[in-house]
Design a protein around this ligand. Structure first.
Ligand code: HEM
Ligand code: HEM
Length: 339
C-alpha cells in the first residue's frame, strides 16, 4: 500500500511537466509558430541588400566600378550560359564543320587541273597583299588557338595534362590573347583597303553560284580575280572581324565598358556590358573559326595550286585559266574573258 503511494507520486511528478509542456506547445501551435521562429530574421534585409534585391540601390563610400554591387546576380546566369550553352554548342559546331569538310573531301577529292600544270607562271598576289594576308592569318591563328584553349581547355586539357600544366598553358594563352588581340583590327583595316576593290560584285558572280562554284559536275564556273565564294569570305572576315574586335576591346579594356555604362543608362553595371560582350565575342569567334577551317581546307587541300599563289605570289597559268578565267583574260589583255 505504501509502495503504491510512492509510485503514484513519482508518476505524477513525471507526467505533470510533460502534460504542461505538451499543452503549452499545442497552444503555441494553435496561435502560430513558436516565438523564436516568429521573430523576423534580422539578417534578411541585410542579405537582400547584399544581393541587390532592394528597391533602394546600395550605396558605399568605396570608390570604383560597381563597388556598391556585392553579389552580381547576373554573373551566375552568364556563367551558366558560358558553360552550358556556348561551350558544348561551340564544340559541336566545330566538330560538325570538320566532319563535313572531311566528307566533302572524301566524296569529291581535290579539284585537279583538267589540262595539268602548264609550267608557265603568272603573277597573282603582290608582296603587299601577301604581307597583309599572312599578318592577318598569323594574328588570327594565335587568337584562335589561345581562345580555344581558354574556352575548351578545362574539360579537354586538364584530363590530359593535369591542372598544374594546364594552369601554365592557360596563363600563357590568356596573355597571348590579351596582347595580340588589340592588333587584330589593324589587320582587318589593312585587308579591307588592300583587297576591297577586287571583292565587289561583278557580272557573272550570280551565275557562279548557280553553277555551285563548279564544285559538282564537270561544268566550269567562270570567275574574276576572286570568285564569289572568296568574296563572301572577304566580307565575312571584315564584319566578323569588326565584331570580335569591338567586343574583344571591351573585354581587354574595362574602361570602355564603363564609358558605355556612362553613355547608355540602360546598362546599369559595367559588368553586364562585359558579360554581354563576352557572349557575343565567343559566338562570333567560334563561327569565325569554323569559316576559316573551310577557307584553309579549300586553299590548301581542295584546290591544289592555290596556296602557292599566296606564298610565292605566282600561280600556274592553267590554274588561272581554269579557276579564274575572267581575271586570266584581263591579265593577258583579252576583253572577252574566253581564254
Ligand atoms: C579572330 C579573332 C578572335 C578569336 C577567334 C577570339 C576567340 C576568343 C575565345 C574563343 C575566347 C574565350 C572565351 C571563353 O573562354 O569563355 C576569347 C576571349 C577573349 N578575347 Fe578573343 N578572340 C578574337 C579576337 C579578340 C580580340 C581582337 C581581342 C581584343 C582586342 C580579344 C580579347 C579577348 C579577351 C579579353 C577575352 C577574355 C579572356 C578571358 O579572360 O577569359 N579577342 N576570345
Ligand atoms: C593557314 C592559314 C591560311 C592559309 C593557308 C590561307 C590561304 C589563302 C590563299 C592561298 C589565298 C589566296 C586565294 C586565291 O588566290 O584565290 C587566301 C586568300 C584569302 N584569305 Fe587566307 N589563308 C589562311 C588563313 C586565313 C585567315 C585566318 C583569314 C581570315 C581571318 C584568311 C582570309 C583570307 C582572305 C580574306 C583572302 C582573300 C580572298 C578575297 O579577297 O576574296 N585567310 N588565303
Amino acid at each position: 500500500m505504501r509502495i503504491s503511494k510512492h509510485w503514484i507520486l513519482a508518476l505524477t511528478m513525471t507526467i505533470l511537466p510533460l502534460l504542461v509542456a505538451f499543452n503549452s506547445g499545442t497552444v503555441a501551435a494553435q496561435e502560430g509558430p513558436i516565438s523564436a521562429i516568429n521573430n523576423p530574421n534580422p539578417g534578411a534585409e541585410l542579405w537582400q541588400a547584399v544581393r541587390g534585391r532592394l528597391d533602394t540601390p546600395a550605396t558605399t563610400q568605396v570608390k570604383g566600378h560597381d563597388s556598391a554591387v556585392l553579389v552580381n546576380q547576373q554573373g551566375d546566369q552568364w556563367t551558366a550560359v558560358r558553360n552550358k550553352e556556348l561551350l558544348p554548342k561551340g564544340g559541336d559546331l566545330l566538330i560538325v564543320v570538320l566532319l563535313i569538310i572531311g566528307a566533302v573531301y572524301a566524296m569529291r577529292g581535290p579539284v585537279t587541273l583538267h589540262a595539268g600544270a602548264s609550267g608557265k607562271e603568272i603573277d597573282r598576289h603582290s608582296v603587299n597583299a601577301r604581307f597583309v594576308h599572312w599578318f592577318l592569318a598569323g594574328i588570327f591563328i594565335a587568337l584562335a588557338l589561345s581562345g580555344l584553349i581558354l574556352l575548351f581547355g578545362r574539360p579537354l586539357l586538364i584530363p590530359l595534362f593535369g591542372k598544374a600544366a594546364f594552369g601554365t598553358l592557360a596563363y600563357g594563352a590568356k596573355n597571348v590573347h590579351n596582347f595580340v588581340g588589340p592588333l587584330f583590327p589593324v589587320a582587318i583595316f589593312l585587308l579591307f583597303f588592300n583587297m576591297v576593290s577586287k571583292n565587289l560584285y561583278e557580272k557573272g558572280d550570280l551565275k557562279w553560284f548557280a553553277q555551285g562554284g563548279g564544285m559538282f559536275g564537270k561544268s566550269h564556273a567562270s570567275a574574276g580575280k576572286f570568285n564569289p565564294g572568296e568574296k563572301i569570305l572577304f566580307w565575312l572576315t571584315i564584319f566578323l572581324g569588326i565584331v570580335v574586335s569591338v567586343t574583344g576591346y571591351v573585354l581587354d579594356f574595362p574602361a570602355i565598358a564603363s564609358w558605355i555604362v556612362a553613355t547608355f543608362p540602360e546598362f546599369t553595371q559595367y559588368r553586364h556590358v562585359m558579360e554581354l560582350s563576352h557572349v557575343i565575342h565567343t559566338i562570333i569567334a567560334v563561327l569565325f573559326i569554323a569559316l576559316v577551317f573551310g577557307h584553309i581546307f579549300l586553299a590548301v587541300f581542295f584546290v591544289p595550286g592555290t596556296l602557292q599563289g599566296m606564298v610565292t605570289g605566282k600561280v600556274d597559268e592553267n590554274w588561272a585559266k581554269e579557276h579564274h578565267d575572267r581575271w586570266y583574260a584581263e591579265m593577258k589583255g583579252s576583253a572577252k574573258g574566253d581564254a
